[in-house]
Ligand binder design. Structure first.
Ligand SMILES: Nc1nc2c(ncn2[C@@H]2O[C@H](COP(=O)(O)OP(=O)(O)OP(=O)(O)O)[C@@H](O)[C@H]2O)c(=O)[nH]1
Ligand SMILES: [Mg+2]
Length: 242
């Protein structure tokens, strides 16, 4: 496993996407394994994943949780799995094709070559590279990013990005179990902890596409959480309690 990458995909009702996504990842030139963390999707996402486990033996893994427990805890579960199984590079991505599987090798390359410890697939590193978002959503996301960057001081443009590759030594050094954020704020807190721990972050510009299959799980609750969490993260860091 010395030089191998694991791509973690959290899913909730992604039956229309997950088979094609796993297929696309497995057929990349870069050899990656895939771990799906499914939160008991009522649409049967997990059984589709199980079928792909037969198609690609030893390359696809599934962790099933009881109910919709949120993205943050799904990723923490996946990170622990990756460390335990000795993966060197750990990637995060969505199941809905907003993140292009073809960009995964580039993110891994940045980390493997030690150019950075954390490579972030960024929507805002090169202007704005988002396709098919309604203007209101774009304005919300863009302002949330300016807000988070201003308060935390994070030196990146896409603070809430969910597409990335992380070197395992980052995961081992950021006190995973102390992360309290669960929605978009999880990504901000992860980036912040890595940066504060002295790791190098690099944004790689990607094109982000609105999902075509399935429905969004974004909610006002997740946005509200992110709004106050950035202050909590900042305050904890000022008082040395991160
Ligand atoms: N395991 C798990 N996965 C989740 C949960 N919420 C969302 N996901 C998955 O996380 C990824 C991102 O969620 P999306 O619904 O695409 O949220 P989003 O990207 O903010 O919203 P859109 O841009 O509208 O697609 C997808 O693969 C979802 O299926 C959750 O509570 N648990
Ligand atoms: Mg999405």
């Amino acid at each position: 496993m010395e030089d191998k990458a694991l791509v973690i995909i959290p899913t909730y009702n992604e039956a229309g996407n997950i088979r094609r996504m796993i297929g696309a990842l497995i057929s990349l030139k870069e050899e990656v394994d895939v771990l799906v963390i499914d939160d008991g999707s009522p649409d049967g996402t997990a059984s589709i994943v199980k079928e792909t486990m037969f198609d690609f033996p030893g390359r696809v893994f599934l962790i099933e949780r009881e109910g919709k427990l949120g993205l943050g805890t799904a990723y923490v579960t996946g990170f622990k799995y990756a460390i335990e199984k000795n993966y060197q590079y750990v990637c995060e991505m969505d199941a809905d094709f907003s993140h292009d599987p073809a960009d995964v090798p580039e993110l891994i390359k940045v980390v493997r070559s030690r150019e950075a410890d954390l490579a972030i697939g960024s929507r805002y590193a090169n202007g704005i590279s988002i396709i098919n978002w309604p203007l209101t959503r774009l304005i919300l996301s863009y302002s949330a990013n300016i807000y988070a960057r201003t308060i935390t001081g994070l030196p990146i443009f896409d603070t809430t990005a969910g597409f990335k590759c992380i070197h395992r030594h980052v995961i081992e050094n950021i006190a995973l179990d102390r992360i309290r954020s669960n929605g978009y704020a999880f990504q901000i807190e992860l980036h912040f902890r890595a940066w504060k721990a002295g790791f190098k972050l690099k944004e790689v510009s990607i094109i982000f596409r609105e999902r075509e299959e399935g429905v969004s799980k974004m909610s006002k609750k997740i946005v509200r959480e992110a709004m106050w969490r950035v202050w909590a993260i900042k305050m904890r860091s000022i008082f040395g309690a991160l």
